[in-house]
Design a protein around this ligand. Sequence first.
Ligand code: ADP
Ligand code: ZN
Ligand code: ZN
Length: 767
Amino acid sequence: MAKATDSGQNIAIHLEDLTLIVPASEQYLQVAIPVPMRQSFTYLLPATLAGNPIQIGERVIVPFGPRQLIGIVLSVSDTLTNSDIDAAKLKAIIGRVSDNYRLNDKLLTLLKQAASYYHHPIGDVIQQSLPVLLRKIEQPNLAPELVYHCQQELPPEALTKLEKKAPKQAQLYQLLSQHPKLSWPELRTLAYSKAQLNALIDKDIVAQAPRELKPYQYCADDINCDNKHTLSAEQAVIVAGLKQRLNQFSCHLVEGVTGSGKTEVYLQTIEAVLANDKQVLILVPEIGLTPQTLSRFEQRFSVPIYLHHSALNDTERLTTWLAAHNDQAAIVLGTRSAVFSPLNKLGLIIIDEEHDGSFKQQDSFRYHARDIAILRAKQLNIPIVLGSATPSLESLQNGLSGKYIHHQLLSRAGVSQQAKLALLNVAEQQMDNGLSGSLIAAMKQTLAKNEQVLVFLNRRGYAPALSCNECHWRADCLRCNKPYTLHFGAQQLICHHCGDQQYLPRQCPSCGSIRLSGLGLGTEQLELKLAELFPEHSVVRIDRDSTKRKGELAKRLQAINDKEHHILLGTQMLAKGHHFPNVTLVAILEVDSALFSFDFRAPEHMAQLLIQVAGRSGRASKPGQVLIQSQYPEHPLLQDLVNNGYQHFARYALTERQQAQLPPHSFQALIRADANYPSYPEKFLTDVANQFRQQTAIQAVDCWLAGPMPAAMEKKAGKYRYHLLVQAKSRKLRHRAITELLAIAPSSESHNKVRWSVDIDPLELTW
Ligand code: ADP
Ligand code: ZN
Ligand code: ZN
């Protein structure tokens, strides 16, 4: 059964006659299989399948219990090296996937290193690095990808008419006339709709054609210099430093305030890398949220850019993977898992907003894409750039200690000025629906000047709790022991921890009263209040609820830039990367919970979010201001951040971490366990900790255990959660300790009663 597509991308599979009883050959394969076991498995290579020499990284079909799975060959040998294995009982592989898409040796080595560092099963690590369609036995029949181009030049009158009648279609026409051969995933990411595209196709203005699949070759015309800036002295030093080191490993931390021209630094460095006939990998926190990111790369480079992010379907993801593998891609722009893109000629990695939490995967294989990217750059001997206005303390420490090359961009590029931050003491003021009098006055002033206000409240829904005014009953999710969030529009109670949904009760289930009301303020409620307070101004809300519908976010962002709205209200979705030139006032309603969190990273994350939100203000020629409401304006952390900026705040926070021996001055791992009863995870982790303390030769001053203790959110979705924290003086000692702990774990009697996992360099300690 061989399938081939006319695109030249042959995906074929040979399931050699399965019914034959195959004679054992002399070859043994180590195969990584996607099962939650920390080992690879040995299989025989039957002579019938040994026609072509088998290669490391190849995909094979193996029997596993009653199932058949796709595995990856890790090694091939002529002898059975492991004497525990009974050769007579070994099973043979069933088939080989003969499409030539194998993991190259370097990528495979990287994945093995990652599996070892994160103590995660190699089979799962490899599988997570592959597109879903390459993990299936049933092979995809890939049609060639379509790209779009203009097939006629519109006369000026026709264009003016189109601009009036259908402005988005006119924009799309102009985009495609400048950049022929854009694919649907690119157009969609740039916030165009299928309807707009089809309308142009129906009018015979735009046509589609299969993408030509040939390896990318650099040509000087591919760089569009129209909107290239002359670099500032600060920028020029960074670009020159990078260009000098294109053929060696070096890690560059670019600490540059928002709007300081980091992206321009990336663009001009990328140019040099492409000219060297190398490929570039750019990782960003989110793509769907910020069409501008892709747009800036498209404007500068007429090269094949492939996207990799969660809004792509499986076929689109495979297309990107194959384009990287077959050298057709010049640039891969993607989110976290794009770090595993099989680019063969990689010459530069860029991690934009390197501090962003989304680079860490928070389930199963809990890797940090930034850290894996650094490993990859080292392995390939190429430079890597970490950019952020608010670097993580981990990266900053490495910058300050000289491990990374540390660059600073201290002022905004072009004409715009850094916005001024100020604290508003809400303890002393009359509050109106969460807004202080002085904030309302400042908003009025800004709106009167016809400028926009951004209000940031990181809590979606109508109110974070529902309670009875008479008996004080509160609607709690019994699976999490936390209040439900009231969603008034949807008439629902939703648990933001486990997703459980309930109808809004009409009466208190405890006393029968109908006087139920929301406690606290969420964005849904604030939207209504703002509309009441500022009746002559239009309010737009941007959060996950208001932008659920496809295309809704793009529509709202466009309306903001068209100045249809004056007040922008939203959660952290509004904080990331957007460029709103007319916003001159940013109001931050709540920061206090981070000041008293027991997670030692809470202030760092609060400061990063706050500075990123603040960075939305005054990005164009008009100066911006940022007002932060707090009950504790005297708090030293807030004072430091507001008066001295993130740079100072972060350096001070690092000295505190050093005194407390916390990361990055020590190295942590978290063992999490959960079960339906609290005694199970507690017993399991106690057994493991006790046994470890008894038998380990590692000195307690070098590596110590904290716990077991219940997670800050002890119960979630009906499961009780416990933690055991491992903290060590070095990565090496931590590795040794975790290896010992993993060997001990199965000996606990409670081992099978709990679900447990290891998180290396955990970022979230509260759950
Ligand atoms: P960042 O990535 O640090 O937020 P950007 O690269 O987006 O900053 O730059 C912010 C703005 O300044 C952009 O509009 C960009 O075009 C402009 N810009 C960048 N570098 C320069 C420069 N050297 N001269 C003038 N304008 C610049
Ligand atoms: Zn009641
Ligand atoms: Zn819940």
